[in-house]
Ligand binder design. Structure first.
Ligand code: SF4
Length: 352
């Protein structure tokens, strides 16, 4: 029978010999380092996050340094990680902590959750791992583990299910070693109770786990079938000037690739040469095309058609806060989405 005491004993005992203790954010632990790592780890695997975290911390070692940095530079250190609203929120929240709380992290759940991008689980991680305070977490991995433990049939996205999972997370929470316990839960969820093929043979919770005992680990948690995401055709204009530089545009502050720099993007239905001329009053001449490719976001899939143009020679277009000419062989300290980084790397030598 599941009791909080038995559960904690199993989880902490497993962590002692199997848990991860050498991750970069587990060294020199501060609320700030916990926060940045938690935000980076949302939707992203540990091995991908490690080099990003190390570079980010080298450049922004404190919440003050992050708050004072220009957005372009902050986005640069996130380039390629995706889900850029995370870093925009991180930057905004750093400014609030710096200005409103004199650079000190709030130490209570409610205040933390008022900061941009900090939900209840991230706030719980900051409090428990960063301050050793008693607070529950419920990231995606822990949700899945608890849903299997209790054989919860309803999809985890249902509000009633979420409420139930939070109640269970609170009931199971120990009064001591909360940081270690939460870390153990996250590790068990991500390393053992994996989304597909959970490794029950290596799990300390088999005597307590209802999904295991009823042979339903493959059915739980139930996933709502996703509506198929729409495909949108877009043209990516790689426009060169006479010196071989290429033109980048700053994306609008919110939405896809918000605040990052990209080659100009036009809708698939547009006559792109004319659209560019209308937007900038400068003519461009078609030079060639590159292979089309897809890029998938959480809610839409882009069919991207990169086309190379040359800015008509009698024109010049100067840098502004919204447009920037760069040498494709250099890597400026600005935020670039992964497909744009790849295009710059791959074709840097060829498109001049
Ligand atoms: Fe997950 Fe299997 Fe452990 Fe249950 S026994 S918590 S399904 S790994």
């Amino acid at each position: 029978m599941l009791t909080p005491k038995k559960f904690r004993h199993c989880v902490l005992g497993w962590f002692e010999t199997n848990g991860r203790k050498e991750l970069p954010w587990q060294q020199n632990v501060t609320p700030y380092r916990v926060w940045v790592s938690e935000v980076m780890l949302q939707q992203t695997q540990v091995k991908t996050v490690i080099p990003y975290f190390n570079r980010f911390m080298d450049r922004f070692p404190t919440v003050q340094s992050l708050a004072n940095a220009p957005q372009d530079e902050v986005l640069h250190y996130w380039s390629g990680l995706g889900y850029y609203s995370r870093v925009r929120n991180l930057h905004c929240a750093a400014k609030v902590i710096h200005e409103k709380y004199s650079g000190e992290f709030p130490e209570d759940l409610e205040t933390l959750q008022q900061l941009p991008g900090i939900g209840r689980s991230t706030a719980g991680a900051i409090l428990s791992l960063g301050f050793q305070k008693r607070a529950a977490i419920l990231d995606g991995n822990v949700k899945r583990l608890l849903a299997r433990l209790l054989a919860i049939e309803q999809p985890m996205t249902d509000s009633d299910t979420l409420k139930k999972l939070w109640e269970v997370a609170e009931q199971l929470l120990p009064t001591r070693s909360v940081g270690q316990y939460n870390q153990a839960l996250m590790d068990l969820g991500s390393l053992v109770c994996t989304r597909t093929k959970p490794q029950c043979e290596a799990c300390p919770l088999t005597p307590l786990c209802l999904a295991f005992q009823t042979d339903r680990t493959h059915e739980i948690p139930r996933v709502k079938s996703k509506a198929s995401i729409p495909i949108r055709t877009v043209h990516l204009l790689i426009i060169q000037d006479a010196q071989g530089r290429v033109l980048l545009e700053k994306r609008p502050p919110v939405g896809i690739w918000g605040g990052l720099w990209s080659f100009p993007i036009f809708d698939g239905e547009t006559e792109i040469g004319k659209a560019f001329q209308k937007k900038y009053s400068y003519g461009i001449t078609l030079q060639g095309t590159l292979s089309s490719f897809y890029h998938t976001f959480s809610h839409v899939r882009w069919a991207i058609h990169p086309t190379i143009f040359r800015l008509n020679p009698s024109f010049s277009l100067s840098d502004t806060s919204e447009i920037l000419w760069i040498n494709p062989k250099e890597s400026p300290k600005i935020g670039l989405p992964k497909p744009i980084m790849h295009l710059l790397e791959r074709f840097g030598g060829q498109i001049s």
